[in-house]
Structure formats: C-alpha cells, structure tokens
Write a protein that binds this ligand. Structure first.
Ligand code: ADP
Ligand code: MG
Length: 381
C-alpha cells in the first residue's frame, strides 16, 4: 500500500489528486495483558499492515468520505458538531471522532474535504484497525490545516475519538503503538504517565497471528468483571492500583486475601514483572527468553486471570510444539480472539498450515493465519 496506489485510487473516486496521503499501522499486544488499567506497563508491536488516508479540501462545505470497507461515498455537511453515524456509514465515526476531538486539544478541524481510506489490515481481527484509521485521519486533518502538535497529542486525539465519539473504552496501547512504532523496534508504554519508549526487536523473528473469530458471548461483562476484581484486589492489598503491589508483598498477603482476588492480582503483578524482564531480554537479543515469557504470560491468563478459552489454549499448545516457535500467547483482552506466535525462520507457512488444520479438525472453523513483521508508526507519506 504505497503512496502511488492511494493517489490513483483517490483520483478514480474523486476525479482529482489528493493534497496529502498518510498511513498508520495496526498493532499487536506483545506482552502486558490487562496491565493498562492497573497502572502497569505493556509492550506492543506496530505491524507492517495498516490504514492509509488520502485527503483534499473542498470549498463547498461538504465532507465526502469513501472507503472500500463500505463501498459508497458518505456525504455530510461540515457545519456544526459532527453527528454520530449508523448503518453502513458507521465506519465514518472514526474520522468524525477525530474531527470532534481536535478542538479539545486546542486544534482546528478542516472544513470541507474529500476523504479516502484504504487498508491492508483486516478489521475486527484484534489488530486495531480502529487506531490505525484514527491516527491516519488525524495526521491528514492536521497536515492540510498546517498544524503539527507533538506525537503524544496525536496519540491522545485518536484515543479521545475512540473513547468519546465511537464509545469504546480502550486504553492507550492501540493508539500509542500505532503512533510511536518504528520498524525493527517494539513500543514500550508506561500507562501511568503515559510514557512512551521503544526497545529493539532482535532480527530473525517474525509474528504469526492466528485469528479464531471466536468471541465469548459475555465478553463485555467479563472484561468489566476482571476490571472490578483487579480494583477490589488492589484495595484488599492496601493499594490504589495493582502496579503498586510488589511480588513479595503479594506473596506475604496470600493467606489473608480472597483466593480469586489473589489469582487476578498475581496475574497482573507478575505480568508487569514479565514486561520488565522482556525489555531486558530484548535488549540482550535473547529471543529464547522472550519467547518463554510470552508463553508464561499465556499460562497465567489460562490459569490465574481466566481470560483464555479452550480454542486459544489449543493454538498455544500446538504452536509451542512446532520447531522455530519461541513462544505464543493470546493477544488482546482474551475471552476469544487471536493468538500470537513469535517464531524464527524454522517456522514456515507449511507449519502454520498444519496448526490451522489441526485446529479446524478440533474446533470446526479454520483460523485466519496472518504472518507479519514490525513496521513504522503513523506518518505522512
Ligand atoms: P479492530 O480495531 O480490532 O480492527 P474495531 O471494531 O475496533 O476492530 O474497529 C474496526 C472498525 O474500524 C471497522 O468496523 C470500521 O468501522 C473501521 N475501519 C477499519 N478499517 C477501515 C477502513 N479501511 N475503512 C473504513 N473503516 C475502517
Ligand atoms: Mg479497535
């Protein structure tokens, strides 16, 4: 998905050239499961797939949005507050949410324009196409109006759009990784700040996503329940957030805390320690240790946080048995969704196919197999 393709597509749809083309990547939660709302840390990978946006201003007060995602052009007036859309126009809530967010950061939204989004990232696969379209949109709107706030502000604009306009209470991971990603590096986020950094991704490893298309019927309720359990566990341990609880303190409190609360707390406290250990192993180029931490993270989800499923466990078990796989874990909130494997060149498409077929034989449906590398963060092309 290069600039020339976007320009050609824009010309086909709108009959003229765009003024600006931007692109932002999707992301993988590398390690740091349910750590964000507990004030902890997380590592993410910006992937080499994303959403691109092409834009040219119009002077008739109209905003025309087009994406192959829905196929028809959505025409809306630029005047007044952006109104939330539904049905086959609901995808425009992402760019509209960005337009609505800009004034909250002291920034101006462009008036009328033609807008095109193109993607090589599957939507709804847990790879955060939503953050990608938000950040690509933000850079395009800012670019044509000659505004250049710092990167953290761009990230926060995307999150604001998703939280307040689209109405999804996501943390800072999705937009932070899409915004701060760098080819050959992983993004480290201390969610308490937030503070953003990158760490090197050792050469010779690639990511494989296995998307199961499964989703627990009660996923929203289960997510809320884990959130509540974590807050209650922190309180029982004399802390505001679990990030304040050390592994020693946790161990000494085991007998006095409710056993379920203890399991949830242990997952989060140890997961934050695993993020730390992972950063050290990445800096040392030690992929074997990184992989072991990924798989340990999954086992903790499976047994302590109980946000895994038999489908995800099956994939992790099958993947870690294959040659060249350093480690595997569920990625994202859990209760269905996708598994990520970190693998070396010894793991090939044929091995991935074998795992997919074994999964299909047991669980009926084939998972999508998506090999990917680490790519650059959001940018004007
Ligand atoms: P995820 O972020 O995991 O991909 P979400 O449900 O959060 O899943 O976001 C997916 C939504 O983002 C889609 O339903 C669509 O509204 C929007 N979207 C993603 N990619 C595009 C695109 N190329 N064009 C238009 N809308 C898109
Ligand atoms: Mg999303």
């Amino acid at each position: 998905m290069n600039k020339a393709t976007l320009v050609a597509q824009f010309e086909k749809v709108f009959g003229r050239a765009p003024e600006i083309v931007t692109r932002a990547p999707g992301r993988i939660e590398f390690i740091g499961n349910h750590t964000d709302y507990n004030g902890g840390t997380v590592l993410g990978a910006s992937i080499d797939r994303g959403v691109a946006v092409a834009l040219a201003r119009r002077d008739d007060g109209q905003r025309h949005f087009h994406s192959r995602y829905s196929g028809r052009t959505v025409a809306l007036p630029a005047a007044g507050e952006p109104a939330k859309q539904s049905g086959d126009a609901s995808w425009t809530n992402y760019p509209l949410g960005v337009l609505a967010a800009l004034p909250h950061f002291g920034l101006r939204a462009p008036e009328g324009f033609d807008y095109l989004a193109e993607s090589d990232l599957p939507a709804g696969a847990g790879l955060s196409s939503s953050a990608a379209i938000e950040l690509a949109s933000a850079l395009a709107f800012l670019g044509v109006t000659g505004q250049s706030p710092d990167r953290e502000t761009v990230v926060k604009i995307g999150k604001h759009a998703e939280n307040h306009f689209v109405g999804v209470p996501c943390g800072i991971l999705d937009q932070g990784v899409s915004g701060f990603g760098k080819s050959g590096r992983l993004v480290f986020i201390d969610c308490a700040g937030p503070r953003f950094d990158t760490v090197p991704m050792p050469a010779g490893a690639s990511f494989w996503i296995f998307n199961t298309h499964t989703k627990h019927a009660l996923v929203d309720g289960l997510y809320a329940a884990r959130h509540r359990e974590c807050m209650e566990a922190a309180k029982a341990l004399g802390a505001k957030l679990l990030v304040e609880v050390s592994t020693e303190k946790l161990r000494s409190a085991e007998a006095s805390v409710d056993p379920v609360a203890f399991k949830r707390a242990r997952h989060v406290v140890e997961e934050i320690a695993r993020v730390d250990a992972c950063v050290k192993a990445l800096r040392a180029g030690d992929l074997a240790t990184v992989g072991a931490l990924l798989t340990t993270s999954h086992r903790s989800s499976q047994h302590l946080f109980e946000n895994s499923t038999p489908e995800l466990d099956f994939l992790v078990d099958a993947l870690v048995a294959e040659p060249g796989v350093f480690g595997a874990r569920l990625t994202g909130g859990g209760f269905g969704g996708a598994v990520m494997a970190l693998a070396g060149p010894g793991f090939t498409a044929a091995h991935a196919e074998k795992v997919a077929l074994a999964y299909a034989a047991k669980h009926g449906e084939r998972p999508d197999v998506l090999p990917m590398g680490v790519g650059d963060g959001a940018a004007v092309l």
